[in-house]
Structures are given as structure tokens and as C-alpha cells.
Design a protein around this ligand. Structure first.
Ligand code: AP5
Length: 214
């Protein structure tokens, strides 16, 4: 399985990537998670990225392209699920070049379609594990023990960019800079549109059906 999970902020990319990683052993590559780790460690990349991320702006292409290439080069013989990359046409072109070099063409680009009201509901109720990255939602996916990660037991947090102003900005940036990437993949015949409102398990089933896997 070599796929891109595409969609607006809050469409469920991270949630579904984490399920597909467990079920198929495909490596989950999230540029957002990698950038948050860099911010937490205070590395040079993290210091560069933090202000963009807190405002809900895109981090410059050269920074995220370098991250994605490094991650892709390390997956070995495994498949991968790209989550949150590419987000600009320049990133999509760089991804094509990198995958050509690695001789690992994409199987599909899964576009998770969710309306804006639901995106805002999901983002404002999201809580995440700062340690292992697992996403939760106060209503639709609450942790078993309140405020604690089911997987590693760490205290859950609300992301800085899940506050109302940053959410609005992220949705605007998505429409202006990221949505055009859809046309890029539609022209290549790789795009699969999935209605991504509904239960988490049902969306997984739809993704698997669109890929022809069980
Ligand atoms: P990133 O971390 O990639 O954020 P995002 O794309 O905004 O996506 P989210 O993580 O917000 O949402 P998601 O689609 O993964 O949804 P999730 O599964 O968590 O990027 C953060 C920032 O990093 C960017 O703003 C940018 O600054 C920078 N960045 C990252 N990549 C970059 C790139 N390539 N180029 C430039 N900059 C980059 O679900 C959301 C919530 O909904 C959760 O609470 C979940 O439990 C719940 N939920 C999920 N599915 C369902 C369902 N079916 N029903 C009900 N609730 C659901």
C-alpha cells in the first residue's frame, strides 16, 4: 500500500492513517507530527516552523519536502501512508520526483471529503497525545480514561492550532493553497473521492473498498 491521504484539516487523515498503519504495516508519514516533534525538541527546523504552525499557515515547501524525502527513504520495503503531504503543487511535483527515484509509484490518493461545519466540530473537540500522536475527540472518540492516552497513558492536550482563529485560517489556507493539488492528481487518474462524514470504522471500510483491499 503506497497512498496519500488527502483532505482539509480535521477530515480524518491522521485517524485513518493510524488505523491503516496498524492493519497493513504501512509506515505512517505525517509531516505535521514530524514538525510538532521538531518544535517540541527545539531543533532548528522546529524553531523555523513554529510560528507558521501556530498561525495555521503552511511551513515553507523546502522544509517539508526535505522532511518527506528523508522519511520516504527510510521505509525500506514497507508501504507508506502519507498524511498531510503534499499540500502544494510544488510539493506534489517533488513527491513524484522522489518516488520515481525510489521506484515506488503511488497506488492512489484518497480525498477525504467533509463539510466545513463538521470540520470545525472535529477540530475544536480534538485532543491529542503529545507523546505518541494518537488523536481523540471529546465526543466521537473519547479516551477510555478521561484525559489520558489509551496507548501510552500520557496526558492529552489541545493543539495550539485547534483554537478558533487558527482553525479559520487553516481552512482558508487549505482552500487557497492545498485544494489545487486535487486537480493535479485527478489529471493523473490517481484520485479517489471518499465521503468522509460518518463513523470512523465506516470511513476505513470505504477507503479499503476504494483500494480493493479487505
Ligand atoms: P497537520 O498536523 O497535518 O494538520 P492538518 O492537515 O491541519 O490536519 P489535522 O491533523 O488537523 O486533521 P486530520 O485530517 O489529521 O484529522 P484527525 O484524524 O486528527 O499539520 C499541522 C500544521 O503543520 C499545518 O497547519 C502546517 O503549518 C504544518 N504542515 C504540515 N504538513 C505540511 C506540509 N505538507 N506543508 C506545509 N506545512 C505543513 O481528526 C480530527 C478530529 O476528528 C479528531 O479529534 C478525530 O478523533 C475526529 N474524527 C476523525 N474521524 C472522524 C469521524 N469519521 N467522525 C467523527 N470524528 C472524527
Amino acid at each position: 500500500m503506497r497512498i496519500v491521504l488527502f483532505g482539509a484539516p480535521g477530515s480524518g487523515k491522521g485517524t485513518q492513517a493510524s488505523i491503516l498503519e496498524k492493519e497493513f504495516g504501512a509506515v505512517h508519514i505525517s509531516t505535521g507530527d514530524t514538525l510538532r516533534e521538531a518544535v517540541a525538541k527545539g531543533t532548528e527546523v522546529g524553531l523555523q516552523a513554529k510560528s507558521y504552525m501556530d498561525r495555521g499557515e503552511l511551513v515553507p515547501d523546502e522544509v517539508v519536502i526535505a522532511i518527506a524525502k528523508e522519511k520516504l527513504a527510510s521505509v525500506g520495503n514497507n508501504g507508506f501512508v502519507l498524511d498531510g503531504f503534499p499540500r502544494t503543487v510544488a510539493q506534489a511535483e517533488a513527491l513524484d520526483d522522489a518516488l520515481l527515484e525510489l521506484q515506488k509509484p503511488l497506488d492512489a490518493v484518497i480525498n477525504l471529503r467533509v463539510d466545513e461545519e463538521e470540520l470545525v466540530r472535529r477540530l475544536s473537540g480534538r485532543r491529542v497525545c503529545p507523546k505518541c500522536g494518537e488523536p481523540y475527540h471529546v465526543d466521537s472518540k473519547p479516551p477510555k480514561s478521561p484525559g489520558k492516552c489509551d496507548i501510552c497513558g500520557a496526558d492529552l492536550i489541545q493543539r495550539e492550532d485547534d483554537k478558533p482563529d487558527a482553525i479559520r485560517n487553516r481552512l482558508r489556507v487549505y482552500q487557497e493553497q492545498t485544494a489545487p493539488v486535487l486537480e493535479y492528481y485527478r489529471r493523473k487518474g490517481l484520485l479517489r473521492d471518499i465521503e468522509a462524514a460518518g463513523g470512523i470504522d465506516e470511513i476505513t471500510r470505504r477507503i479499503k473498498a476504494s483500494l480493493g483491499v479487505q
